[in-house]
Design a protein. Structure first.
Length: 545
């Protein structure tokens, strides 16, 4: 970071360059239509829309980057004027880029190249002012930059609390609209939420420390009661989630299925270090086994159909056998070679299911329909809200098994193989048996998820089991934290739940999703909730560099 000396001369280069880069980002969001498309969703009803909030975020991040690059954030009170000017110039440069778009767009028809460069966009950028709109845009950018600079005069702890609260409100507004369609934040509600979030961020650390001290001072029986009460509260919140509506329940069902698959792949990749890109194959085998045994469309096994619960063990067993069959030929492979072979296995399963060769048995491209729903004591799990509890039970069972295996002798053998296969073998670990158990256990969880998936949608097709399922499952493990069981849950919420929440933004949801992922990987490359050993390895590598 460049050093700032005590001379009075102001360095214009950093705020101008950083501001122009921020202006390019704002232009990109505007010309691809993100700002205009998001303008329809209010963050605070009648006050600010999501599109305007996104522009404000660009302005704020640009001003913060300019102040930090110039080094004014670490100066004494004597540099207050330069601090404010740096933020103001950076904000002004963003406004200059947007103002240039508006001025050029009013003279030249840019829609021949940029179809989203519409009069509605120009009206939005100029704050709805027909006369003097460009001047208002320039002044707003300059004043906003000064406000951002002024926040650096506040104590760092207070500044972080305010920034966290302001950044969380747009996200919470999107979540609120997704879970409760038609409802929006009002100004009093948003102000109350801001106060609560900023106060929680400011005093949260002190409160957590105080609670930990109080709990540590309790006798063992009191500590157990506290932990039980805490887990009971979490369980109650989880059980009440489906009551928010049908669409949130569907989204939670999908997230739960990916958690179930992620817990299985986490054993293969996170515990044993075996990169498997064909994991969707076991998911497909579990789903097809469930469909063949329960659907009345499939008659080659006879007229008698099994129920969901009768067919479920066979689905898990078939997926487990497939995991063993895959594991046998790839035992000697490592790294990229293992990934390529498993990728081929996943594609083979999908193509075979799509072929006419097996069409009389599993439906081919027509798939299998009329798959019955699970029934418990005459109570059919026909709605997403009811299926949610079945999926939660499956995730809980898989998490308990994964946690027990992780701390068992087998789990330690998997981790030894992950660290160094040659050393693990020299220590007496049976590589063949240990790897096969990893593939088989992971495949069993995936088969269970596939069986529930088939019953959930009541019809399956080969196109439902494409490579992207494996990539998403691997991605949620990386995002959550490799080898971490809580990380799988959080990664699934971020990687699967976030795109579903952003579905209303059509094609732009993947762009927003991608930006969020890039930012997250830059800030926390070890994952959101990394395993302790993985986090230590990463920081050891950084220290060595």
């Amino acid at each position: 970071m460049p050093a700032i000396h005590s001379e009075t001369r102001f360095d214009w280069s950093q705020p101008v360059k950083t501001g122009l880069l921020g202006g390019v980002a704002a232009l990109l969001l505007s010309l691809i239509g993100v700002i205009e498309a998001s303008h329809a969703r209010p963050v605070i009803s009648g006050i600010i829309s999501l599109g305007q909030a996104l522009l404000l975020i660009v302005f704020v991040l640009t001003c913060v980057a300019a102040i930090r690059r110039a080094g004014y954030a670490r100066q004494e009170t004597s540099s207050r004027g330069r601090l404010l000017l740096c933020g103001g110039v950076a904000g002004l440069m963003v406004s200059v880029a947007l103002a240039a778009l508006v001025l050029i767009g009013n003279v030249v028809n840019l829609r021949a190249v940029f179809i989203k460069a519409s009069p509605e966009l120009y009206h939005l950028l100029t704050l709805g002012l027909d006369t003097g709109g460009v001047l208002a845009l320039l002044m707003s950018g300059f004043l906003l930059g000064i406000v951002v600079g002024a926040t650096y005069l506040l104590p760092a702890r207070l500044r972080r609390a305010i920034a966290m609260a302001l950044g969380a409100i747009p996200l919470l507004a999107v979540l609120y609209g997704a879970f409760f369609p038609g409802r929006r934040f009002t100004l009093p509600g948003a102000l109350a939420l801001f106060v609560v979030l900023s106060a929680g961020s400011y005093w949260g650390g002190d409160i957590r420390s105080l609670v930990k001290q109080r709990v540590a001072s309790l006798p063992p029986a009191g500590q157990r009661v506290y932990k039980i009460a805490l887990w009971a509260l979490v369980a109650l919140l989880v059980l009440l989630l489906p009551t928010t509506g049908s669409y949130p329940s569907q989204m939670l069902d999908l997230v739960g299925l990916y958690i179930l698959m992620g817990l299985g792949l986490n054993i293969v990749v996170g515990f044993a270090g075996l990169l498997d890109l064909g994991y969707v194959a076991f998911f497909a085998i579990g789903a097809y086994t469930q469909a063949v045994l329960t659907s009345p469309e499939i008659r080659w096994l006879g007229e008698v159909r099994l129920t969901f619960w009768e067919a479920l063990p066979f689905s898990v067993l078939m997926a487990t056998l497939a995991g063993v069959i895959l594991g046998i030929p790839v035992l000697r492979m490592r790294g990229d070679y293992l990934a390529i072979v498993t990728l081929g296995f996943g594609e083979i399963i999908r193509i075979v299911a799509l072929s006419d060769w097996l069409k009389p048995y599993i439906g081919g491209s027509n798939g299998i329909t009329r798959i019955p729903k699970p029934v418990i004591g005459g109570w059919e799990l026909a709605t997403p809200g009811r299926l949610y509890y079945l999926i939660i039970a499956g995730c809980l069972l898989a998490a308990v098994i994964a946690a027990r295996l992780k701390h068992s002798r087998l789990g330690r053998a998997w981790m030894a193989i992950r660290e160094d296969e040659d050393v693990a073998q020299a220590m007496g670990i049976d590589l063949v048996r240990t790897k096969l158990l990893a593939f088989a256990t992971g495949a069993a969880f995936s088969g269970l998820s596939g069986a529930i998936f088939a019953a959930m949608i009541t019809s399956i097709y080969p196109h439902s089991f494409h490579l992207l399922v494996s990539i998403n499952t691997l991605g949620l493990i990386i995002v959550g934290g490799m080898g971490s069981i809580p990380g799988v849950i959080l990664g699934s919420l971020a990687l699967v739940g976030l795109p579903e929440i952003l579905r209303e933004f059509s094609e732009y949801r993947l762009l927003i999703y991608g930006v969020a992922l890039v930012y997250m990987m830059l800030v926390r490359p070890e994952g959101l909730l990394p395993e302790a050993r993985r986090k230590l390895e990463l920081h050891e590598a950084e220290a060595a560099e």
